[in-house]
Design a protein around this ligand. Structure first.
Ligand code: ADP
Ligand code: MG
Length: 733
């Protein structure tokens, strides 16, 4: 342990903070300096090209190949001036991470003279060997060939490492027949579909001239930071991202003293440097604070358009991991790195807003109550659409956050439970109740709106102080907060599912409204007639109480809500009839693409679980048991010595007995674990069957081993215990 301590880099790189910001030390001066964003493009590109590109980005369209050449040239010049030598298409295969393959700018002209070159074709498209990414069966049809294509809405950026400068081109990753092999393509498709459906509804409501409806996203990222040395000594953290053994320390989070507490200096220096790197990349981080668990923190950006926010969240995660090392720290992004204390989530704040010609519609947030009854009628119908979507596709949304990591978090400390429900707050749930019950029905619309409280909705945002922190999906004044999302996952997938579900609901309500308008003249009246049955039908998904209580679990069951506690049953929701219909009707994923998502995720779950099982076996066999036997031997030897010396009282005998029993218990649990592993690996069953075995017997066997090992940890001398303890990792001195 001591040797490792010496190896730790202990240089809080504050100098870097002050030194390398070319534009000065004010954040606003260097923000985005490593991106080729709107500002740089305006400077470097011919006016016509810039305007065309801006229009492309704003409308979410494909890049016109005519303008690609000057853009590529400008990007290259900018990058080379920053010392960049390589470029890469940066994309998100279905691994939860990003992928990149670097190519050099270095090229040779006709005379063989070395030059820097970067063509339009290289900017727009690249062909990585796609065969080693998870494809969930799609591979067979596209024969391992795929390509990446630049998504111009996400600006290119330069990642700096010691001695390296790489130009990253945010890209989608697709097969040769256009199959989505990545997380970004379906997300972009879902944004398009949602936009199209929402515009149709807005036009019916009389709001014309809207060019695009965009979804906005502000993901709050939770994470742990622990000492790198201790991390390195924990095979479970290194291999699986979470501790598989470890007795609870006497103090956890019960004193509630960590939340919003002082950020320790070493941590603060690290976080400041992470933020500094992110600012250069144009990621607008605006808050940092201690979270509830010891050594747990959170950072949150200002919200952005969804696909950009998704890219930026990937950068947040990778920058956290990368920069923490410079400070001798390790960032843990797993959903449940430590048992018994809070896990980490990624609260996805989500809303819809407009890009429009007219000033009063441009930038308008559709989930923000307005000032006039008509604005609130518009708010109501979009609200109804979200509730209808979450009610109808609660299982699918649960599938979207179904990973082996999140399985430990959903339902545990402070985490929202596996039951998807929606919190609306008192004012709005009262109003929804009133509307559903058809109160004030006989009155004319505007009068009725006032009675229902709709006309005075602008107060909602300020009113909404008593937040329900236990809800997995909460309305927070002008947006929804999807809290059940896991801290380590790519948020592209759950947000894509949400977008698609809402798009379907918007279309449904649009059709109903169109029909209603045949008999009801006033648009406000017609909207109320349409949202009433919609609210009524989705009422069972609304819950204002404590989501952590047992009563809620029972109540939810009475209401017929799904409680999908295990990952395999959650993932099965990807293959239901209603999911298939949803994707078929919106066209966001083909049948084969949808199927592949299911397979990728089930296979990933099986692999994650097997890695955990094997790691636990190795920890027990090579660390815990040898330590325990060594102590037991010491006791026995001591007892023998004492006996031959004629000592009267020999407590070592009882102590050795006690340790011996703990060892036997662990050996037994270890044996059972081995059996499950053998069965899982040698059964020639489908991944589904294997996943079911691992989530039940596999998880139970791991829990039994853990209990036995944790008992031993508390029964062995500190200097015999071979692993850093919770106390040491969570409460650094
Ligand atoms: P808190 O949840 O602590 O009250 P805020 O409500 O200010 O904090 O915002 C939390 C996150 O929600 C931030 O990332 C913020 O940018 C984001 N957010 C705010 N408004 C929207 C919106 N209209 N759409 C998406 N995200 C939003
Ligand atoms: Mg929040």
């Amino acid at each position: 342990k001591a040797a490792l301590h010496d190896m730790t880099v202990k240089a809080p790189a504050l100098a870097r903070l002050n030194g390398d910001a070319k534009g000065g030390t004010q954040t606003s001066q260097y923000f985005g300096q490593n991106t080729f964003g709107a500002r740089q493009m305006r400077d470097k590109l011919p006016k016509k090209v810039f305007q065309k590109l801006q229009a492309t980005i704003r409308l979410g369209k494909k890049l016109d190949s005519e303008i690609a050449a000057p853009i590529a040239e400008a990007i290259k010049e900018w990058a080379v001036s920053k010392g960049v030598t390589h470029y890469t298409h940066w994309f998100q295969p279905q691994t939860g991470l990003t992928a990149e393959k670097h190519d050099a700018f270095l090229s040779f002209d006709d005379e063989g003279t070395p030059i820097e070159a970067f063509s339009a074709a290289q900017l727009i498209q690249s062909e990585p060997d796609a065969s080693s990414f998870p494809s969930g069966g799609l591979r067979a049809t596209w024969e391992a060939r795929g390509y990446t294509a630049w998504n111009p809405a996400s600006p290119v950026f330069v990642v700096e490492g010691p001695g390296t400068r790489t130009l990253c081109i945010p890209s989608v990753f697709i097969g040769y027949n256009g199959e989505a092999l990545d997380e970004m393509t379906p997300l972009l498709r879902s944004s398009d579909v949602l936009s199209e459906k929402a515009i149709a509804l807005l036009e019916l409501l009389g709001d014309s001239g809207v060019q695009r409806v965009i979804t906005t996203l502000g993901p709050e990222q939770e994470y742990f930071l622990i000492d790198r040395t201790q991390f390195a000594l924990r095979p479970d953290l290194v291999m699986a991202g979470r501790t598989l053994v470890g007795a609870a320390p006497p103090r956890g989070q019960q004193l509630e003293d960590h939340y919003f507490g002082n950020i320790p200096e070493r941590i603060a220096a690290c976080i400041a440097e992470v933020e500094h790197e992110l600012y250069k990349l144009g990621v607008p981080i605006v808050t940092r604070h201690n979270e509830v668990a010891p050594s747990q923190f959170e950072m949150a950006p200002r919200f952005e358009e969804t696909d950009l926010a998704v890219d930026h969240n990937q950068l947040v995660m990778s920058t956290l991991r990368r920069v923490a090392l410079r400070h001798g720290l390790q960032a843990l992004l797993h959903e449940k790195p430590f048992a018994g204390i809070n896990g980490s989530g990624k609260h996805c704040n989500w809303s819809m807003s407009l890009a429009a010609d007219s000033a009063d519609l441009d930038g308008l947030n559709l989930l923000k109550p307005g000032k006039t009854p008509h604005q609130n009628v518009r708010f109501l119908i979009f609200l109804a659409a979200v509730l209808q979507a979450v009610h109808k596709h609660a299982g699918l949304l649960r599938a979207g956050i179904g990973t082996s990591g999140n399985e430990h978090r959903l339902g545990a400390n402070e985490a929202p439970p596996a039951i998807i429900s929606v919190f609306m707050g008192q004012t709005l749930s009262q109003m929804i109740d009133d509307i559903s019950a058809g109160r004030s029905r006989e009155k004319h619309a505007s009068q009725q709106l006032i009675d229902l409280g709709v006309a005075k909705l602008p107060d909602i945002e300020k009113d909404n102080t008593d937040r329900n922190r236990t809800s997995p999906f909460a309305f927070t004044g002008n947006k929804f907060e999807f809290r059940a999302v896991g801290s380590s996952q790519s948020i592209a997938f759950p947000v894509m599912l949400l977008n698609v579900a809402v798009a379907e609901a918007i279309e449904d309500l649009t059709n109903k409204l169109r029909k209603q308008l045949e008999t009801t003249k006033e648009i406000d009246d017609a909207v109320l007639e349409v949202v009433r049955p919609s609210f009524k039908a989705s009422a069972s998904v609304l819950f204002e109480g404590n989501n952590y209580s047992d009563e809620w679990v029972q109540e939810a069951e009475r209401r017929g809500l799904l409680n999908l506690r295990r990952t395999p049953e959650a993932l099965a929701q990807l293959t239901t009839e209603s999911t298939r219909k949803l994707f078929a009707s919106t066209g966001v994923l083909s049948e084969a693409e949808l199927e592949s998502r299911y397979h990728v995720r089930v296979e990933r779950y099986v692999k994650d679980m097997l890695i955990e099982l094997h790691t636990l076996q190795q920890i027990v066999d090579t660390l815990v048991l040898p330590a325990a036997y060594s102590y037991a031997n010491e006791l026995a030897t001591g007892a023998a010595h004492a006996k031959s010396a004629g000592v009267g009282t020999i407590p070592q005998v009882a102590a050795a007995d006690r340790v011996g029993k703990l060892i036997v218990a662990l050996e037994e649990a270890r044996g059972a674990l081995g059996e499950v592993v053998t069965r899982a690996e040698h059964s020639h069953e489908s991944p589904d069957t294997c996943a079911k075995l691992l989530t039940s017997e596999g998880a139970d066997a791991m829990a039994a081993v853990r209990a036995a090992s944790d008992a031993l940890e508390l029964g062995l001398p500190d200097d015999h215990w071979p692993l850093p303890k919770y106390r040491e990792m969570l409460f650094p001195v």
